[in-house]
Ligand binder design. Structure first.
Ligand SMILES: [Zn+2]
Length: 85
């Protein structure tokens, strides 16, 4: 699955690869997160917290429909997902 990542705020680069692969794994493991149109998924990320140690994100279909949101730690180790209808 093609996933495009976009950042709304600066992210600490040391965690990026781990975070991206954690997000990809969670999306691919969850059959409920499937786009309503063909094409790549868009993941929009923003970091939060005083040390940018937390992350919030949204997964969107190409058409702009939000499929799921998540939040967790910046290294991707603990992501909590919420599915959107
Ligand atoms: Zn769609």
């Amino acid at each position: 699955m093609e996933i495009e990542y976009g950042w709304c705020t600066p992210m600490s680069a040391e965690f990026l690869d781990g975070l991206k692969s954690a997000i990809r794994k969670d999306i691919e493991d969850d059959p409920d997160i499937s786009p309503c149109h063909t094409g790549s998924l868009k993941v929009r990320l923003s970091s939060t917290g005083p040390l940018q140690d937390s992350v919030n994100g949204e997964v969107e279909c190409q058409c702009g429909h939000t499929l799921a949101t998540f939040s967790g730690s910046s290294d991707g180790s603990k992501l909590t997902w919420k599915l959107k209808g």
